[in-house]
Design a protein around this ligand. Structure first.
Ligand code: BES
Ligand code: MN
Ligand code: ZN
Length: 490
């Protein structure tokens, strides 16, 4: 794990492996670069000129042995035209700087952010460092690589940012710890990351952090009357788990925020089986649950003065002789009956019972997170997750946190007009409507179970992972937005 810290040294006297300073377009120097140039008697400017450094965001120029500079190595990073970095650019810069430090096999990197918006930029750079240094190697076997060399990242903050920096850094570091945990669980193959394993990981997390957790098995889930959740487990040999995290940082009896995560550890589709291409992606169908794990980890580290509950519904959607058949009807914990017309619309079937369970906490807000529909991916692609909510203020706060962290949500409609498509002649509702508005009708299904509190549903099917290429893997989204949402209430 990388150690992040703050210091107040100068770019020219910083005793570190490598110093990073910003240069704008047209080789306009940031104040840190200016200081460095002066101390080196113009060597920095001369090097920029010789290299024809563009100063575009994302560009790096490594320099070595500049005269009059304590650090042997300097990384100049492009900062574009403006006097501050946008969130996206700051993150990319953090990623590029960390990657360069790793490439040079260095242990310590000291970054000088631009003075404007320095705290926000630092937070994004921490995430960029995490992007560049995160490794999945649990099942890589003999091809697992050595850990990256980078051990310490320091931020030398401008004076104006000194006051806000420590708390902000703490939040960012907890955020990446959460995100890295979310990625780890997501990237584990489904034969490793079973519901049972999730239950074990929950207990381990609690041991190291002082949270409380209850891990329920099939018997306990039956006792709760979660007939809809259990219908999804019919076709699988993997026993289900219902996990309840409780963090009590607030006053006794204060209404908690409840996070609910879809934890389908593999989604074959069941009898309504999925096509073969890309079916491996369905190991990430527990990313909502992974997000809850990540948020709870960050919360336990940050210890906000709030009460927070995390619910994880974990099972496998598989197919065998006992599997649910299209047309089967089940009774949910709420008493409402459901005709399962498509066994591949299983996420809503497990979440609805958790939403009913959430009532017992008399929550101030319930936020569910789920890789719920392919339709949401069609609608929004992979940059924004969908957000549906019965409360505008709740939606606005989540959207604001998403914007700030560049972990974005786009509001989608939640309207009664769409409910009719879910009607059934054989139950209170069907679990699917037609192809039209598939992400919306899925949200409408959940809404029927979320009438007693303020609620938001995050459809993260498009953002939770990259499905191909060199970066194939979990993204850790939307942990950053949700941790910011929690901390914004402190
Ligand atoms: N887990 C899938 C949704 C999904 C699709 C996640 C693509 C990530 C990427 C979900 O359980 C599902 O299969 N949904 C169906 C719903 C349909 C049957 C109404 C879908 O989106 O096709
Ligand atoms: Mn499915
Ligand atoms: Zn699914």
């Amino acid at each position: 794990m990388i150690d992040f810290s703050l210091r107040a040294d100068q770019p020219f006297n910083s005793k570190t492996d490598v110093v990073a300073v910003a240069v704008h377009e047209n080789q306009r120097l940031s104040s840190a670069a200016e200081d460095l140039d002066k101390a080196s008697l113009g060597a920095l400017k001369a090097a920029l000129k010789a290299a024809a450094f563009s100063g575009n965001c994302g560009k790096l120029l490594p320099l070595f042995n500049l005269p009059g500079i304590s650090a042997t190595r300097v990384l100049v990073y492009g900062a574009g035209e403006a006097n501050m970095l946008a969130a996206k650019d700051a993150r990319a810069t953090g990623r590029a700087l960390a990657a360069a430090a790793v490439e040079l096999e260095l242990a310590e990197l000291t970054i000088f952010p631009l003075s404007e918006n320095a705290v926000d930029a630092m937070q994004q750079m921490v995430m960029g460092v995490s992007d560049a240094t995160y490794r999945y190697d649990e099942t890589k076997g003999i091809s697992a690589k050595a850990k990256p060399s980078l051990k310490r990242v320091r931020f030398s903050m401008p004076a104006a940012a000194a006051k806000a920096a420590p708390a902000a850094l703490k939040v960012s570091v907890a955020t990446i710890h959460g995100m890295e945990f979310t990625k780890y669980l997501g990237n584990l193959p489904a034969n490793h990351c079973t519901p049972t394993r999730l239950g074990e990981e929950a207990k381990k997390l609690v041991k190291s952090h002082g949270l409380k957790v209850t891990v329920m098995d099939r018997k306990a889930i039956e006792k709760l009357g979660m007939g809809s959740f259990l219908s999804v487990t019919n076709g699988s040999d993997e026993p289900p788990r219902f996990i309840v995290f409780e963090y009590a940082g607030g006053k006794k009896g204060e209404a908690p925020t409840v996070f609910v995560g879809k934890g389908v550890t593999f989604d074959t589709g069941g009898v309504s089986i999925k096509p073969a291409p890309d079916m491996d992606h369905m190991k990430w169908d527990m990313s909502g649950a992974g997000t809850v794990f990540g948020v709870m980890k960050a919360v336990a580290e940050l210890k906000p003065k709030q009460n927070i509950v995390g619910l994880v519904v974990a099972c496998e959607n598989h197919i065998n002789g006992k599997a649910t058949k299209p047309g089967d009807v089940f009774t949910s914990m709420s008493g409402q009956t459901i005709e399962v017309l498509n066994t591949d619309a299983e996420g809503r079937l497990i979440l609805c019972d958790a939403l009913t369970y959430a009532e017992r906490f008399k929550p101030r807000a319930v936020i569910d997170i789920a890789t719920l529909t392919g339709a949401c991916v069609v609608a929004l692609g992979s940059h924004n997750a969908g957000i549906f909510s019965n409360n505008d203020a709740l939606a606005d706060s989540l959207i604001a946190s998403g914007k700030k962290m560049n972990d974005r949500f786009w509001r989608m409609p939640l309207e009664e007009d769409y409910q009719e498509a879910l009607s059934s002649n054989f139950a209170d509702m069907a679990n699917v409507a037609g192809r039209e508005g598939g992400a919306i009708t899925a949200a409408c299904f959940l809404w029927r179970f979320a009438k007693k509190y303020d609620w938001a549903h995050l459809d993260i099917a498009g953002v939770a992972y990259k499905g191909s290429g060199k970066e194939k893997g979990a993204s850790g989204r939307p942990v950053a937005a949700l941790v910011d949402y929690v901390m914004a209430r402190e």
